[in-house]
Design a protein around this ligand. Structure first.
Ligand SMILES: *Cc1c(COP(=O)(O)O)cnc(C)c1O
Length: 423
């Protein structure tokens, strides 16, 4: 069945996928086709039942097809699927987000994480009257032109495009610093002090695999942004409601001016959000001069799924349990690898972890790239054959849902030990 799906997909969809990570390019082999998903499992068209650690790249923290989310969606669908008129559900979502995230007085809802960051950057530029944005190598902020960049050679810090089709103007408005390098970012910020609109960062970097910030690093970014009058943006599209009920910013001593959200707040439906201090947020249209809009923004289906998801999370408060299970899993994996003498680093935070086949936990993108990606691909396929689905890239983060029970995780440890044995 799937060879047919593959050829049909390839004939009419570029690369056969609607988002490149699904194509399995970095692990090799044939991409899978999903049939349905329920609880911690994904069921594929070729008959596999997979314990899912990708979880749609993060959103499905309650597991798939959560009954409360599904019934909220069913009810909402019967009341109509789009009105282009404000609903009480949008207000409830905004109230829930602003109540649970300290730095957020007001929030604008959009349709994806990309849109949330795009809006945050425009808002920062409109608010400060400046143009440059500083980002960090290996942090992902969606497929916005100015964020598809890499550290350039030549003029220190000025980025060059990492995708075809990105203009040199768009790339040239971005500065790129290595993550976790205080001196590098100080130098860049001070060199561009008068033109810097914002520093944007994934406070826990989770799109190059998982790379944790060093102590005081985020605080230093806060101080630098304040020193030069730039905004600090935490891109929490992954970390929002993943590590605590609210944003990572709640837990962090550095407080950002703006926070972007996505993924979990939509409960598996398309969503994004950008929020912060009222004084900054009021610069958005229609009250302010920074234009932003969306036909389907605040869509009633997305509100219904997102609210059901978040309310259940608030009620269950699963974060300590999730972290304890993740710790037990990753400690077990590390111990098995040590016993076999395979160098592997398994950074984790809350219910996120990633596997780097290298001796030490990477601190930045250069160190991430200096890991054995072939070994990752082999382990990925061994685990897949054992019914365990990791995100299909060595540079993505794995996630647990509340339904990844200790019993399921013991099965993972057994499969992991076997995978190492087969290396
Ligand atoms: C996923 C992600 C995005 C992009 O969100 P989309 O909904 O895929 O557009 C932006 N920033 C971070 C940190 C993300 O993890």
């Amino acid at each position: 069945m799937t060879p047919d799906l593959r050829s049909r997909a390839n004939a009419v969809i570029p690369g056969g996928v609607n988002s490149p990570a699904r194509a399995f390019k970095s692990v090799g082999g044939n991409p899978l086709f999903a049939e349905r998903a329920e609880g911690p499992y994904l069921y594929t068209r070729d008959g596999r039942k997979l314990l899912d650690f990708c979880l749609s790249f993060g959103p499905m923290i309650l597991g798939h097809a959560d009954p409360d989310v599904v019934s909220a969606l069913r009810e909402a669908a019967g009341r109509g699927t789009s009105y282009a008129m404000t609903t009480e559900a949008e207000i409830e979502m905004a109230e829930l987000l602003t109540d649970s995230i300290e730095v957020m007085d007001k929030v604008r809802l959009v349709n994806s994480g990309t849109e949330a960051v795009m809006t945050a950057l425009r808002l920062a530029r409109g608010y400060t009257g400046r143009e440059k944005i500083l980002k960090f190598s290996g942090c992902y902020h969606g497929h916005i032109d100015s964020m598809l960049v890499q550290a350039g050679s030549g003029v220190a810090g000025i980025a060059s495009a990492s995708s075809a089709g990105v203009t040199s103007d768009a790339a040239g408005s971005t500065l790129v610093a290595p993550f976790n390098d205080v001196e590098a970012v100080e130098t860049l910020v001070r060199a561009h002090a008068g033109e810097l609109a914002a520093i944007v960062v994934e406070p826990i970097a989770a799109n190059m695999g998982l790379v944790l910030p060093e102590p005081k690093y985020l605080l230093r970014l806060r101080e630098l942004a304040t020193e030069v009058g730039a905004l600090l943006i935490f891109d929490e599209v992954i970390t929002g409601f993943r590590l605590t009920f609210g944003a990572f910013a709640n837990l962090c001593c550095a407080k950002p001016d703006l926070v972007t959200l996505g993924k979990i707040i939509g409960g598996g439906l398309p969503i994004g959000a950008v929020g912060g201090r009222a004084e900054v947020m009021n610069h958005l249209a229609p009250d302010g001069p920074v234009y932003q809009a969306g036909t389907l923004s605040g869509n009633p289906l997305c509100m219904a799924a997102g609210l059901a998801n978040l309310r259940k999370l608030r009620e269950l408060d699963p974060y300590e349990t999730l972290a304890a299970r993740t710790r037990r899993l990753t400690d077990g994996m590390k111990a098995a690898a040590d016993e076999k003498g395979f160098p592997v680093a398994i950074p984790r935070d809350g219910s996120m972890f990633s596997l780097f086949f290298r001796a030490s936990e990477p601190r930045n993108f250069a160190e991430v790239q200096n890991s054995d990606t072939e070994r990752f691909a082999k382990v990925f396929h061994s685990l897949l054959d054992a019914g365990i689905y990791l995100p299909p890239s060595p540079f993505e983060t794995s996630f647990l849902s509340i339904l990844h029970s200790d019993e399921r995780l013991d099965e993972v440890l057994t499969a992991w030990t076997a995978a190492l044995h087969n290396l």
